[in-house]
Write a protein that binds this ligand. Structure first.
Ligand code: UDP
Length: 312
């Protein structure tokens, strides 16, 4: 039975990844310091082949026994989190990636790093291909996340070239779904929480900035395909269906049947104006394609938030 170590296992993506790998008969070791993760996300995995270790992966990672894959998912990922936690964000992207790579090297395991579309910054190329080097402000407020992930990619490639570790880099675009936190701060969970409470829906700027939203199960399918592939170069995983943030706010208000109205707030510094993945590489190398429509995915996510906020 293959054995996988997942850092950030109690987070939004980490918990779905843990579950999907258990479903595929993996033995899973989940590590999390619960800085932004939540044990409630993995409570249902307790009776399965799932071991949880509470640990901050910026320190030496000690795992006994054989390990076939190390998936480094630990990091604050919502802009409000990394603005409040700039140093932990830098440390987990830099020191945490170093420790997770060290574990993969010691065990002879394949290493997968959760990178991000933020490595492209406020992109001057649209849609974004993996060959684009990006337009990142290193000293802006988002720089702590963007540069940590860019460093993470650099050290990952260095471990492949110098130590011959088998490494994979997935550049994750905006993803949504159940287990995002109610007041996560990212557009989809924020808009759903606000709409369900009939509160004002806060669109930043004039809402003309674009994003392309991928449902969690599609993302997880892409990551697992990449894990098992021979590909070492970065691969974008995201849904190329692009829309404005204002359109997303309107759709969520409509789908929740909410009385909320849209209010406009200042656009955060360095907020990317456009974002859309070019997924040609994922399509051709992994045979991957997102399958869940926006309406289906939002429907399931709204359902989760309704349950979660019931009575509150
Ligand atoms: N956004 C918004 N209102 C909110 C939260 C986010 O208008 O309450 C905007 C944000 O400025 C950005 C887009 O929605 O343009 C997506 O933001 P998110 O925080 O989800 O992630 P990002 O794609 O910026 O990393």
């Amino acid at each position: 039975m293959p054995r996988v170590v997942i850092t950030g296992a109690a987070g939004f993506i980490g918990s779905h990844l843990s579950e999907a790998l258990l479903d595929r008969d993996f033995s899973v070791v989940g590590i999390d310091n619960l800085l932004t993760g939540d044990l409630a996300n993995i409570a249902h995995l307790r009776d399965r082949d799932f071991q949880f270790i509470r640990h901050d992966v910026t320190n030496y990672i000690d795992v006994e026994g054989d390990v076939d894959f190390v998936l480094h998912w630990a990091s604050p990922a919502s802009p409000i989190d990394y603005l409040e936690l700039p140093i932990p964000t830098l440390k987990v992207g830099a020191l945490g990636t170093h420790k997770a790579l060290g574990l993969a090297k010691a065990k002879g395991a394949t290493f997968v790093i959760a990178s991000t579309s933020e490595v492209y910054g406020d992109p001057l190329e649209h849609p974004q291909k993996e060959t684009y080097w990006g337009n990142v402000n290193p000293i802006g407020p988002r720089g702590v996340y963007d540069e940590a992930k860019r460093f993470a990619e650099a050290i990952t490639v260095a471990y492949r070239r110098y130590h011959k570790v088998d490494t994979k880099i997935v550049r994750i675009f905006n993803t949504y779904g159940p287990r995002m936190r109610v007041r996560d701060g990212r557009a989809v969970p924020e808009f759903i929480s606000q709409a369900l409470a009939n509160q004002d829906v806060t669109v930043f700027g004039d809402g003309s900035q674009t994003r392309s939203f991928c449902y969690i199960s599609d993302l997880v399918d892409g990551i697992i395909r990449l894990m098992h592939s021979k590909e070492n170069d970065p691969v974008n995983i995201g849904n190329p269906q692009e829309m404005t943030i204002k359109q997303m706010a309107e759709l969520i208000i409509q789908m929740t049947g909410s009385k909320s109205r849209i209010v406009y707030k200042p656009l955060p510094t360095d907020d990317p104006k456009v974002r859309q993945p070019d997924i040609t590489r994922a399509r051709t190398l992994l045979g991957w394609e997102p399958k869940v429509s926006l309406e289906q995915g939002l429907g399931r996510t709204i359902e989760y938030f309704r349950e979660k906020t019931k009575g509150s």
